[in-house]
Design a protein around this ligand. Sequence first.
Ligand code: AMP
Ligand code: MG
Length: 711
Amino acid sequence: MRPERVIVVDWSAAGRPRTGKGSIWIAQAAGQSLETENPATRHAAEARLAERIAAALAAGEQLLVGVDFGFGYPAGFARRVTGQADAPALWDWLATALHDGPDNANDHRALAARLNAMWPGDGPFWGNPGSLDHPGLPRTRPELPAGLADFRATEIVARAGAGRAKSPWQLAGAGAVGAQMLTGLPMLSRLRRRFGAALAVWPFDAADAPVVMAEVYPAMLRAEVAAAQGEGEQRDAVEVRLMALALAGLSARGGLAPLFAPDAPREVLAEEGWILGAGHETALRAALPAGVDPPRLRDDCFAMPQGVDWVPVDDALARLRADLRPVTGVQDVPLAQAAGRVLAADVTARRSNPPAPNSAVDGYGFAHAAIGTGPQRLPLVAGRAVAGQPFAGAVPAGAAIRILTGAILPAGVDTVVLEEDTARDGAAIVFDGPLKQGANTRKAGEDVASGARALPRGHRLRPPDLALLTALGVAQVPVYRRLAVAVLSTGDELVAQPGAPAAPHRIYDANRPMLLSLAARWGYAPVDLGHVRDNPGAIAAALDRGAAEADVILTSGGASAGDEDHVSRLLRDGGTLSSWRIAMKPGRPLALALWNGVPVVGLPGNPVAAFVCAFVFARPALSMLAGAGWQAPQGFQVPAAFAKVKKPGRREYLRARLDAEGRAEVFASEGSGRISGLSWATGLVELPDEGGAVAPGDMVRFLPYGGFDLG
Ligand code: AMP
Ligand code: MG
C-alpha cells in the first residue's frame, strides 16, 4: 500500500479522563501537514479515529493507522480463551468482556484476573499499581503457564532493534503495555465490524483495503524523539508525531512494502501479529524529514557488504572505524582525578610556562649590553635572586648579581654566566667574553605561551600531561564521561565463581575477569553482567541490563553459528547483527550489533581468541566510543627467534615475547585453548595476511602488551 495519510495513536489505559502525560495522543501526517490531538478518553479517541477513517474513505484516500499496542498475544493464548488460534476472534471476545465507560472507568484488572483463572496456577497476567491487592492478579511476575512465552516473535525482533518492549502480560510498571492491550483490542473489534471490507487490520487481514490498521512501536525512534523533544513537550506526543512522519515519508517514496512482508511463519502472524517496521528501524529513521537529528550511532553500523565471506582484518577495522561515534557526555573534573580520562575539548594554557624569564643555571646575571669580548670584571650587587625569592631591586648596567636556577631575572638582567665559568675577585666576578645575549636564561612562555593550545580534544591524559596542565595553571578539564563497558559471559558449561566446586564437564569463566580488567586498564568503568546460561531469555535480559547500564557490551561465547550460539541468534533476530567471519587466527567469529541502540561486540568464547579479538577490535572500538579516536596497536619490527610456514589468506597473531637478544620467540603451541601461552607472552607477533615462510632472523612485527596499556 502507498497511503497518502498516516495516523499514529499512542493508547492509554487511564482509569479517568486524562490529557498530557500518560494519556492518548493521535498524530496525523499527510503531505506537508501534521496535526496532533490529545483526546481525554478512549471513547473520544475512538470516535475521532472513526471520523478520520470515514473522512479518508469519503475522500477516496488511502489511510494507514498505526496503534502502539500489541494486536496479538504470544502463541497459545487466543486458542485457550476463544477456542481459535486467531487474534480477531480474541478481540471480539474482549470487546464483550471489558466494561469501559465514557469516563474511562473500566474493569481491565478484573478481566485479567478472569483470564488468569482459565489457566491452572497463577495464569499469565500480572502487575497491579493500586494499593489494594486484586484477587487473581499477582503483583509480580508469576511462573508463566506451560506453553506461554513472555514475548511474541515480533517483540524479540523489536527489542533487539531499538526498544525495550515489555511483555503483554505485564499490566503495570514503567513502559508496560498489557493494560493498553486489554482496553485497546476491543476497539479493533468494533472498528473492523463498523467499516467492514474498507478496513483491514494487518497482518490478520491482507493490507490491501483503503484503510489499514497496524501495530507500531514508536519507541523505535527513541534517539530521534529525544533529540526532537522540545522543552515541556510530552514524549508520547513527539513519538506519535515522528512515527507518523517516518511512515508517511516512507510511503511517499514507495518504501512501505518491505515492512508489510516480515520474515515470519503465517501461523505466527495470524495469532501473534507483527509490529509494523520491526527490523526496519533504519529505513524508518532514514524516512524522517531533514531537521530531525540522527542518532549518534548508525544502526546499520558494522554492516558488511552482502556475500562477503571472509573479511580481512583491515577491512573489518576500517568499517568499525567509520561507523562508530563517541557516545558519551561531557563533565568537568579536577586534574587530580583526570588521569586516564579523555579530553572533550582543547585545553589552552591559562598562564605561560615559564611564567616569567628566569635563569636556567646557577651563576651570575647582568645586562648583556655592558659586556664585550675578552676578560670581564663585574662588581656584585648585594643580595641574590633565588627561585621563589625574587630580587626586588634593579641591577645597574655593568654590575652582576648572584642568581640560582629558576630565579626570575631581576630588572637589568638579560644574560647569565655559568658559575663554573667564573672566578671571584673580592666583591666582583671575572669571566671571559663574549657571551650570547640571553645565554643561560629561559624566556617567558618559551615552552608554552599563555592562551596557546596545550592539549587537543580526544587526548587521553597520562601522568606527564598532568604535569604540563598543572604548570599551565589549569585546575580542571572537560572530559568525556567515563565509558561504561559491560561484560557478559555465556555458556552452559561455565562456572561463574572462581574456585567454586566444578564437575569435570564444567569450566571456569576465565573470560569475564580478563575482560573486566582490560576495560578497567583502558580507563573505562567496567560493569559486570555476570554469566548466563545458553538461554535466549536470560541472554536478552542480561543484554537489556547491559544496555541500560553501559555504553557498550562485550560478550564472550555463543558468537558463531552453532546450535547453542544464542547470542548471535538473538542479535540476528533483531536484524542488526553483522556476524563477521574474520580472516584471522585465532578468533574468527566476531559478532557486532546494536541492542537497544547500544553496540555489542560478541567476542569468541575461547579465552585466547577472546583476548586477541579484544586487542585487535575491541580496544580501538572502545577508544573511538570514548572519544579518544581510533587507537591502533603499536608495534615494531624485531628479528624472529622462530621458524614458521604460514598459510595465505588470513592474519595470524602468535603469543610472543622478546628474548635476551631482543628477538621474538613464540609460544610452543598455537592451540587456541592454551591460556598459559597468553600469560607467558609479553605481546603478540602479527603475521601479515599473505602466506610465506618466516626463518629465524627475519624481521616480524611485535605488538607488546605494553602498547595496549598493559605494560
Ligand atoms: P563458544 O563460542 O560459546 O562456542 O565457545 C568456544 C569455546 O570457548 C568453548 O570451548 C567454550 O567452552 C569456551 N568458553 C566460552 N566462554 C568461556 C569463558 N568465559 N571462559 C572460558 N572458556 C570459555
Ligand atoms: Mg558457548
